[in-house]
Design a protein around this ligand. Structure first.
Ligand SMILES: Nc1ncnc2c1ncn2[C@@H]1O[C@H](COP(=O)(O)OP(=O)(O)O)[C@@H](O)[C@H]1O
Ligand SMILES: [Mg+2]
Length: 170
């Protein structure tokens, strides 16, 4: 799908290597514990951090309780955060000095809610057409049984992702 949506070989190489890098980073965070139960887990905070740090977003902008996520969920979420970060760098606050992103998450009963709030962007409006990145994000969230809502504020995009805790352990 990445290949079909690239206009040039160079663009294909760049987007594919970005996505593979996000997956590789996610897998680098996975800790395996062998014992009575075999589990492979990563921390949500570490995952968001390793994707946003190269974009200059400080850890102080990431806030939420410790949440352990399984290998599969970590791979899915790495792709989602990578697409959001890439867009923020292309069109949003990370393309300007003043902009930033706050990511907050909370656990409520059986769901995890993640808020992604961009600020300091300029004159953002809802796009009239979307690309493959949006499709990848939607499909990926759907695969882990979640939902996503975008709000286009003039100062930046806000995203709320809601996921069932049950799907995070996988
Ligand atoms: N963070 C953002 N801030 C402002 N505009 C955005 C942001 N993310 C996406 N957009 C708009 O939504 C469009 C669709 O994004 P996407 O599906 O990722 O495709 P692409 O990145 O290939 O353009 C972009 O072309 C852009 O106009
Ligand atoms: Mg994109």
């Amino acid at each position: 799908m990445t290949a079909r949506n690239a206009a040039t070989k160079e663009e294909l190489a760049e987007t594919l290597s970005g996505r593979l890098h996000a997956l590789s980073e996610a897998n680098g965070l996975i800790r395996r514990s062998f014992g009575d139960d075999v589990a492979a887990v990563a921390s949500l905070g570490d995952l968001v951090g390793c994707i946003l740090r190269p974009h200059g977003v400080a850890t102080s902008h990431l806030n939420g309780p410790p949440v352990a996520i399984g290998e599969q969920a970590a791979n899915h979420l790495a792709l989602v955060f990578h697409e959001l970060a890439t867009n923020a760098a292309k069109y949003g606050p990370l393309s300007r000095d003043k902009g930033t992103i706050d990511v907050t998450w909370s656990v409520d009963a059986d769901r995890l809610e993640i808020g992604w709030a961009e600020t300091g962007a300029e004159a953002v409006t809802a796009p009239t057409s979307t690309g493959f990145g949006t499709k990848l994000v939607e499909t990926t969230i759907e695969r882990i049984g979640g939902g996503i809502r975008r709000t286009w504020n003039p100062g930046g995009l806000s995203v709320v992702i809601s996921l069932p805790l049950a799907s995070l352990g996988r």
